[in-house]
Design a protein around this ligand. Structure first.
Ligand code: NDP
Length: 329
C-alpha cells in the first residue's frame, strides 16, 4: 500500500509528542472526501501544537496542522468531485481531528470550501487560518457600518500573520490604517503592506484608563490583555473592535466605560466555528480584496521537515507575515 509523509502526535511518558512518520490511508479518520494535500501553513496554534502539544492536542494519535489546501482525489459527496481544488481551515482539524501536516487527508465534505477562481492552493495557504481570520475581522467592522471616511483603523500585532493580512486588505479597501508592532525595525515592511502610520506596541502595554482620547473608527486586535483594553479606551463613539487573539494575554482588564459611555462594540471572532455561509463570503472576498503580489511579498515557504524549527520561531514572535508549508509530492 502507498505511504505518504505525515507529522503525528502520539502519547509518550511525558505527554503527547509530535514526530515525523509515514502513514497509509488506513491510518486516516472517516470522511467522505479524500484530498491530496499540496500545501499547509504555520499559525500560532500550529506552533503550540508542535512544541507544547498537550495544549492543543488532547487525544493522540492525531495529525497536527490547522490548515490544508489541495486537490480532491476521491469523493462520496455530490458537492465535490476528483480534481476539485479545496481549502480547509478550522472545524477542529489539527486539534480534535486530523490536520494538514500530511500528504493525504480524509475529511468531511461539509468542511470544505472550493477555492475561489484564480486562487492557487499555495496562495490559499499563504492566507490560511490567519488570513481568513483577518478577513472575518474586516467583515465584522464593515457589518458594523464602518466606512473609510469614518476615520483610521488600528491593527495590533501588525507584523504577524493576522495583522499583516488585515493591513493589506484594509489598505486595498481604501481605509487609512495605523499598525502597532513590537518590531519597529519592520516599519518598511508594514508600509509596503499599506500601513499609513506605525506605533510602537509599548504605547498599549500599560494598564488602560477607562476612557482615553478618541482616535480610531475601528480596530482589529490580535493581542488581548492591556493592549485590547487600551484600544477599547481609544475607539471613537459608536465604533467597534474585532478581537480575535491572545498574543499578549487571555485577560481583558477593562471597564464598561467604553461600552456604556461611547456605545462602542466588541466583536468576537472565531474562525474555527464560523458558519459555512460566512466562510464562503470571506474566501470570495479574499480572492478580490487581497492583492496577491502583496500576499506573496509577506509569505515565506518552508519544507515539510522545517516545521518544528518554524514552530519554535513563531512562538518566540520571530516569524514575519505568513509561512507556507510545502507538502512533498
Ligand atoms: P503571529 O504569531 O503570526 O502574530 C502575532 C503577533 O502578535 C506577533 O507577530 C506580534 O506582532 C504580536 N504580539 C506578540 N506578543 C505580543 C504582546 N505581548 N503584546 C502585543 N502584541 C504581541 O500569530 P497570528 O497572527 O497567526 O495570530 C495572532 C493571534 O490571533 C494569536 O493569538 C492567535 O492564537 C489568534 N488567532 C485566533 C484565531 C481565531 O479564530 N480567533 C485564528 C487565528 C489566530 P508584532 O511583532 O508586530 O508586535
Amino acid at each position: 500500500m502507498n505511504t505518504f509523509p505525515a507529522w503525528l502526535a502520539t502519547e509518550s511518558d511525558s505527554g503527547p509528542v509530535v514526530s515525523r512518520t509515514e502513514l497509509t490511508t488506513d491510518d486516516l479518520m472517516d470522511g467522505d472526501v479524500t484530498v491530496k494535500v499540496e500545501y499547509s501553513g504555520l499559525n500560532y496554534k500550529d506552533g503550540l501544537a508542535m512544541v507544547k502539544t498537550a495544549m492543543i492536542i488532547r487525544k493522540p494519535p492525531l495529525i497536527p496542522g490547522i490548515d490544508l489546501a489541495g486537490t480532491v482525489t476521491h469523493s462520496d459527496s455530490d458537492s465535490f468531485k476528483p480534481g476539485d481544488r479545496v481549502v480547509l481551515t478550522g472545524y477542529g482539524i489539527g486539534e480534535r481531528f486530523n490536520g494538514g501536516y500530511t500528504g493525504v487527508a480524509r475529511v468531511k465534505s461539509e468542511w470544505l470550501v472550493p477555492l475561489p477562481d484564480g486562487m492557487s492552493t499555495r496562495q490559499a495557504m499563504a492566507i490560511g487560518t490567519a488570513g481568513f481570520t483577518a478577513m472575518l475581522c474586516v467583515l465584522a467592522l464593515e457589518n458594523h457600518g464602518i466606512k473609510p471616511e469614518d476615520g483610521e483603523i488600528l491593527v495590533t500585532g501588525a507584523a504577524g500573520g493576522v495583522g499583516s493580512i488585515a493591513l493589506a486588505v484594509l489598505h486595498k479597501l481604501g481605509y487609512s490604517v495605523t499598525a502597532t508592532t513590537g518590531r519597529m525595525q519592520e516599519s518598511d515592511y508594514l508600509k509596503k503592506l499599506g500601513a499609513d502610520n506605525i506605533l510602537d506596541r509599548s504605547e498599549f502595554s500599560e494598564k488602560a484608563r477607562p476612557l482615553a482620547k478618541e482616535r480610531w473608527a475601528g480596530a482589529i486586535d490580535v493581542a488581548g490583555g492591556f493592549t485590547l483594553a487600551n484600544v477599547l479606551s481609544q475607539v471613537k463613539t459608536g465604533g467597534a473592535v474585532a478581537a480575535c487573539g491572545l498574543a499578549e494575554s487571555m485577560d481583558l482588564p477593562t471597564s464598561v466605560a467604553p461600552f456604556i459611555l461611547r456605545g462602542i462594540s466588541l466583536h468576537g471572532i472565531d474562525s474555527v466555528t464560523c458558519p459555512m455561509q460566512t466562510r464562503l463570503i470571506a474566501w470570495q472576498r479574499l480572492g478580490t480584496d487581497l492583492d496577491m503580489d502583496i500576499l506573496e511579498s509577506m509569505s515565506s515557504e518552508i519544507g515539510f521537515e522545517e516545521i518544528p524549527e518554524a514552530a519554535v520561531a513563531i512562538l518566540k514572535g520571530q516569524i514575519r507575515g505568513r509561512t507556507i508549508v510545502k507538502i512533498p509530492d
